[in-house]
Design a protein around this ligand. Structure first.
Ligand SMILES: Nc1ncnc2c1ncn2[C@@H]1O[C@H](COP(=O)(O)OP(=O)(O)OP(=O)(O)O)[C@@H](O)[C@H]1O
Ligand SMILES: [Mg+2]
Length: 321
């Protein structure tokens, strides 16, 4: 069953210097209990996609297309209607844990907020739920840490608190924006395992945003690879790792460290993403692509293929270097 469906989602920002085309014609769906990954470099539009779902885009943003949740287009919803969905149905884990935690408020008060707002819970009943959530994200000695402030926790623990906050009202969907980026590799793995476990228990869906394909493996059923706000390739995650079919995906995979080639073979993709105020007429990745032809510079390749594996590239897969 489809829980959330984005169709031809585009987001642009009006600025004094011109219009920034941040997200272009992006479509994807998330099923109940499913995890879908949005992967791409900094600036590729990942966060804006998540923010648009909850009506949290900046004032200078214009959207087109639809994002349907339970039969309704979230992009056209009024703020009060969105308020009843935020946190309760769809919750977000924001990119930087320190900015989503208030340094002057105890952990208990921050965790309490959405409970009070959405379920009118207070006092002992609220405290019970807060403790349950802290246990669920494995914060040790939760009872004695209710009155602690964010700075009294380590980075990994703060990220757990932010996850607990998102879980407070048992949402059906979590938008997790780089939930592990600020953490070291071991803690990253713990947090991913924790998310997976919570998800299994509650049949929750997750939109996982990351710039690191290494985080996606084993954690997500489907992956969309974004570049300059466009989907370059989308496929089942296993399929994407086994037969990456877009030069950009291949470049990202070569940039994922692995134990065998820890020394040396790691290659980053040379060059910079295009200016999204004046996007090139052809494939946005063309200027950085080893496979480009004249057609790539001239015409935008459409996203084509079997719905289970689509790619936007003019060159046949067999010819890619
Ligand atoms: N209010 C705004 N006005 C103009 N441009 C904006 C605004 N908000 C975002 N953008 C632009 O939209 C593009 C996409 O931004 P987004 O935050 O989605 O990137 P991202 O993929 O999440 O990157 P990162 O990995 O760095 O978080 C960027 O080029 C950004 O500069
Ligand atoms: Mg971001």
């Amino acid at each position: 069953m489809t829980l959330l469906q984005a169709e031809n989602l585009s987001i642009e920002f009006q600025t004094p210097d011109g219009v920034v085309k941040a997200v272009n014609d992006v479509s994807f769906s998330i099923g109940a209990g499913e995890t879908v990954a949005l992967v791409g470099e900094s600036g590729s539009g990942k966060s804006q996609i998540a923010l648009s779902v909850l009506g949290l885009l900046a004032g200078n943003a214009r959207t087109s297309g639809t994002v349907t949740y339970q039969g309704k287009n979230l992009l056209e919803m009024q703020q009060n209607e969105l308020n009843s969905i935020r946190a309760k149905e769809i919750a977000m884990i924001f990119q930087d844990p320190m900015t989503s935690l208030n340094p002057y408020m105890t952990i208990e008060r921050q965790l309490n907020e959405s409970l009070e707002q959405h379920e009118g819970l207070k006092g002992a009943a609220a405290r019970k739920r807060v403790l349950e959530a802290m246990d669920a994200v494995r914060i040790p000695d939760a009872k004695n840490r209710l009155k602690a402030y964010p700075h009294e926790f380590s980075g990994g623990m703060r990220q757990r608190i932010v996850i607990a906050m998102a879980l407070m009202c048992s949402p059906k969907l979590i938008l997790a924006d780089e939930p592990t980026t600020a953490l070291d590799v071991t803690v990253q793995a713990q947090i991913m395992a924790l998310l997976k476990e919570i998800q299994r228990e509650s049949d929750m869906s997750v939109l996982l945003i990351t710039h690191d394909l290494g985080v996606v493996a084993g954690a997500c059923e489907k992956t969309l690879v974004l570049y300059a706000g466009r989907v370059m390739e989308q496929a089942g995650t296993l399929d994407l790792f086994e037969t990456p079919s877009h030069p950009y995906t291949r470049g990202l995979l070569r940039a994922v460290p692995n134990i065998q080639d820890a020394v040396g073979d790691l290659r980053s993709i040379a060059g910079q993403p295009p200016n999204q105020m004046v996007p090139p007429p052809g494939c946005p990745f063309a200027p950085r692509c080893e496979n480009r032809t004249e057609q790539c510079d001239r015409e935008l390749p459409p996203l084509v293929g079997d719905i289970r594996h689509q790619r936007a590239c003019w060159r046949p897969v067999e010819e890619l270097v």
